[in-house]
Each structure stands twice: as C-alpha cells, then as structure tokens.
Design a binder for this molecule. Structure first.
Ligand code: CTP
Length: 399
C-alpha cells in the first residue's frame, strides 16, 4: 500500500507529556509508511522517552531540545526546517504552545518551527484544566489564526485519573489528519466526492436484520484515497466496525432507504459518487414489532419487498457515477449489463468468490468496465491502491 506519506519529510516534535510514549508508535508508523521522520525531543520529553528509541525506529539522528553541538550528526536545524514537508508536534504541552504563540525560541524545536514555513500540526496533550485555562485557550486561538492545524485534544480519561478534554488524539487518527494535510492541494482539491460503504441492514424484528458480508473496507479505502488527494469527502456508511476516517464527513445509516436519502442529499452538489456499498435489494415487507418467537413449524416465511435502486435514482448536472459489481459468476457480462441499467460512467467489477478479493479482505482484484470501451483488468492490489486507481480513471471524467 502506498500512501501520500511515502517519501515525505516530517519533523516530529515531542514535548514533555506522559503521552510522549504514543509518539514512539507514531514515529514508527510514519517511518513504516515511507516517511523520513526527524524527531526533535525537548529536554522535558527526555524525562519520558529516550533518544535511542527514536533513533532505532526512524533510522535517523534525533535532535534534542538543547543548543548542543550536533555537528557529528550533521543536523542543521534551519536546513531541517526548510526540507520538511510538515512539522508535527505530538504530544504538545501548554508550554510549547505558549512559546510558539509568542515566538520564543529557547530550544531546537521552537527554533526549527520559527525557521520553517511549512504546515504545522499540533496534537495537544495535557490536563483538562490546563487546556481550558484562559492563557492556553488564547494561545490556541492565536496559533489557529496563524494557520496552525490542531489535531484534538480529545475528551476522555486523563493521566491524572480525571476525565476531561486533554487526551492526545490516537495515533491512527493523527496519521489520518497528517495525510489529509499533506494532500490538501492534490489533484482532487476542491472536488466533492460522495462514497457509500458497507452492507445495509433491514430489520426483520427488533433483534434481527437482513444484511450481507460487506465490511466497508473498500468504501472506506476510497474515501481515504480521495481525502489524501484533496477532495472534500462524504462517507455514507452502513454499520461497520472500521474506525472513522479522519477529515472525512461520516454519515452513518442502516437501511437502504436511509442510504438512498443520504446519498441523494450529499450528491446534490457533488462531482463524483462512488457506490461501494452492498445495498440490500430487498427488505422485509412487515418488520415485526416484537421478537419473532419459534413456532415449532417449518418453514418460516418472511415476505420481502424491493428496495429502490439508489444509483439509478441519483442524478446531478455534473455528477459522475461509479458503481461496484460484486459478482460470483459471469463477471464482465454482469458488469456490462450494470453499466447500462444503472446509467453509470464506470463499473468496478470484482469477483467476490476469488481468494484475497472481495468481502473483508485488505486486497482486491477488480476490472474497470466502461460504456463502449474495453474492460480494464487490474492486478491484485491493496484496497487503497484500488481506490487510487479508480480515482485516476474518474478524474478525467469530472467536469
Ligand atoms: N446499488 C444501488 N441500489 C440498490 C442496489 C445496489 O445503488 N438498491 C448499487 C450498489 O451500491 C453497487 C451497484 O448498485 O454500486 C451494483 O450493486 P449490485 O448489488 O451488484 O447490483 P444489483 O443492482 O443489486 O443487481 P444484482 O444484485 O441482481 O446483481
């Protein structure tokens, strides 16, 4: 899987909060994603985490918060600041935010930031009272005004044992924000993309539903791919256990009717609609108001009525529509038929019976099917890469 982090240069500032232990995971995940991570530790951060940990994970020299001679490591902080695509402080204390708000540069981290002009993201972590203090809030407001991107903090259990607003955002979510920030001027910048995902649920009775094996992975991957290219993304998701993607508007729905209503509203001013959801074609005609009891007799019948076809009912002046066709047989023939019947610009056909492809897997082997053109089979790819391949083909169609 290749994300926008691949090949990027990121300065990760770590300051003295107990949440500094999470920065270890953050540095590791950013490095694994192909970013070159230059960690800058303040003096107080070193009370919580050590230089050797970060050097080992990032395979790069780590700068400490003192004006010490780093010449043997070849670190020139002004050059570091210039080279970086982004500076991230995680965790950020009230102290570092106060210094940044007032232009105080008494250590390597604050000096690096003052010398740089690239995007700065801050993930605060502190006690709720410190975060809520008038001075901290004034500093946050000043920094936001200057274009600094704040990631969190979140409400929850704090190191003090109290519950409040001051928890550092979790690492996967921070990475989502960073990807969005790095991609904001991408080739889909200014485009509005609507993606549906997951398998809809239709009530049989208050405890049982009619659904399918879709997990939402493909749709969520497309939403993230579009976000990473600068698009404004609305993800309309049937129930899914996947984490909410950062910087994406998530609209949770359950039934096909709810999904239709959400898709119609969101698509009204959208450029692209990708229906990756597995929509239930039928729903119980009369869902029971109470749990259906065993009668001891076979068979039990449930009358089903058809759901509306969401794609066929959506249109927009400039809306490009992409359908998915999950098939177990006659893949291309079935996908070809759907190009016509659904009036779409492209169908992404996938054989859900193939190994490593389809429901619940991290990979997919799809064939892009277009009206009046030869189908284009793709190799087995990670779902994010499938999402990017889909967007590469949809982009030239956008008006
Ligand atoms: N779809 C839709 N509304 C429905 C059913 C499906 O918009 N009520 C969309 C799906 O999100 C997908 C495409 O239509 O993008 C094809 O879905 P699929 O279930 O493969 O096709 P169906 O039209 O339901 O045909 P069949 O189940 O008979 O293959």
């Amino acid at each position: 899987m290749t994300t926008i982090l691949d090949g990027k240069s990121i300065v990760l500032g770590v300051t003295g909060s107990i949440a500094a232990f999470k920065a270890v995971d953050l540095a590791s995940k950013l490095t694994q994603a192909g970013a070159s991570v230059d960690v800058v530790l303040t003096r107080s951060a070193q009370e919580f985490v050590g230089v050797a940990t970060f050097t080992g994970l990032t395979h790069r020299p780590v700068s400490t918060g003192l004006y010490e001679s780093n010449s043997e490591l070849g670190i020139d902080h002004v050059a570091l600041a210039r080279r970086a695509d982004l500076i991230l402080i995680a965790p950020a204390t009230a102290n570092v935010m106060a210094k940044l708000a007032h232009g105080i540069t008494d250590d390597v981290l604050t000096a690096t930031i003052l010398a740089g002009s690239q995007p700065l993201a801050i993930a605060p972590a502190m006690d709720a009272d410190m975060y809520g203090a008038a001075a901290t809030q004034a500093n946050v407001a000043t920094l936001k005004e200057r274009g600094v991107h704040f990631i969190g903090p979140e409400s929850g259990r704090l190191a003090s044992g109290l519950v409040g607003n001051g928890r550092m955002t979790e690492v996967p979510d921070i990475i989502g924000h960073i990807r969005a920030l790095l991609g904001r001027d991408g080739d889909m910048s200014g485009r509005r993309v609507v993606v549906s995902a997951g398998g809809t649920e239709e009530a049989i009775d208050p405890v049982r539903v009619l659904t399918n094996r879709s997990t939402g992975k493909m749709g969520y991957a497309i939403a993230e791919a579009a976000r990473d290219r600068g698009a404004k993304v609305t993800l309309i998701s049937a129930p899914s256990s996947l984490p909410r993607p950062a910087c994406v508007t998530l609209l949770p729905v359950s039934t096909a009717i709810e999904m239709r209503d959400a898709v119609q509203t969101a698509s009204a001013d959208a450029d692209l609609l990708v229906m990756a959801a597995a929509v239930s074609d039928y729903r119980p005609a009369n869902p029971a108001g109470q749990k259906i009891k065993k009668t001891g007799e076979d068979p039990l019948s449930i009358d089903l009525i058809q759901n509306p076809d969401i794609l066929a009912g959506v249109s927009g002046k400039h809306l490009i529509k992409v359908a998915f066709a999950a098939e177990t047989n006659d893949l291309i023939e079935n996908a070809d038929a759907k190009v016509l019947s659904k009036g779409v610009d492209m169908v992404v056909a996938n054989d859900v019976s193939a190994a490593d492809s389809g429901f619940g897997t991290d990979t997919n082997a799809v064939t892009f099917v277009y009206p009046g053109r030869e189908p284009e089979p793709m190799p087995l790819m990670d779902k994010l890469d499938v999402g990017n391949a889909l967007l590469d083909r949809a982009l030239p169609l956008l008006k």
